[in-house]
Design a protein around this ligand. Structure first.
Ligand code: NAP
Length: 242
């Protein structure tokens, strides 16, 4: 039976690479997007050239009703969900003293609440199936902390805590829950860094480079096939944090 996956934030960056790798493994993929409709349509068209069909679905993952609509639509179409990749996220660069309540609420809603609510909507079906694989994209900042990224770091550490606790709770139901905590990956999220700053990050990294979205997707490819890894925070960071 073909597996079915939902990838949040799947039209660009790391999410796009994840959609591509899963779709090329004959997994039925629902690629979620919120604002990037054109990019989602383009990705669908590109994969169609390889005779691969994906579904794209617009939902703001910080809004439960929209998440529920996406999950319901996936179940209506395919009748099951085997894989959930909670990838959607935003960053926020601010001095701690400058973070407002609105800033805090927004990043917590998009980065952390979204993982809570999307996972809750999906695991109803995984529990019935007695099978599932959930992978949360957290961040090296959730482990090491990032200066001027306190709120972001807090949401990512929260995701890792949720991952470990859920892995314990859902393990007996044969549902695996893991986090991938990327280091610096070349996506729009890091566009604000100057060339000099990128060079400095490379110098601080033992492998002397920053990562590509495909580096994260390769780990996803392995993790969806695995059956004895759960509750782990797998950090892919070129050795930036050891
Ligand atoms: P990106 O290129 O900025 O992409 C962010 C993705 O999140 C987009 O697909 C965006 O979709 C989606 N998104 C944001 N808010 C959303 C919402 N409310 N509802 C649905 N989708 C939403 O960043 P990226 O680097 O690929 O980041 C992917 C994940 O990796 C994030 O969780 C990020 O924190 C994490 N990460 C990235 C790095 C890095 O160095 N790049 C490092 C560590 C962790 P739309 O454009 O459609 O709105």
């Amino acid at each position: 039976m073909e597996k079915v996956a939902i990838v949040t934030g799947g039209s660009r960056g790391i999410g796009k690479a994840i959609v591509e790798v899963l779709a090329r493994k004959n997994i039925k993929v629902v690629a979620n997007y919120n604002q990037s409709e054109e990019k989602a349509k383009k990705l669908k068209e590109e994969l169609e050239k390889e005779n691969i069909s994906i579904d794209i679905f617009k939902a703001d993952v910080s809004q439960r009703e929209q998440v529920k609509a996406m999950v319901d639509s996936t179940i209506k179409t395919y009748g099951r969900i085997d894989i959930l990749i909670n990838n959607a996220g935003i960053d926020q660069e601010k001095m701690f003293q400058d973070i407002t309540d609105d800033d805090w609420d927004k990043i917590v809603k998009v980065n952390l609440y979204s993982v809570f609510c999307t996972t809750q909507e999906v695991i109803k079906y995984m529990l019935n199936q007695k099978n599932g694989c959930i992978i949360n994209i957290s961040s090296i900042y959730g482990i090491n902390g990032g200066s001027c990224a306190v709120a972001y770091s807090a949401t990512k550490a929260g995701i890792d805590g949720m991952t470990k606790a859920l892995a314990k709770e859902l393990g007996p139901s044969n549902i695996r829950v893991n986090s991938i905590a990327p280091g610096y990956i070349d996506t729009d999220m890091n566009k604000r860094y100057s060339n000099e700053e990128i060079e400095q990050i490379k110098e601080e990294t033992p492998l002397v480079k920053i990562g590509k979205p495909e580096d994260i997707a390769k780990c996803i490819e392995w993790l969806v096939e695995d059956n004895f890894t759960t509750g782990q925070i797998i950090s892919i960071n070129g050795g930036w944090a050891i």
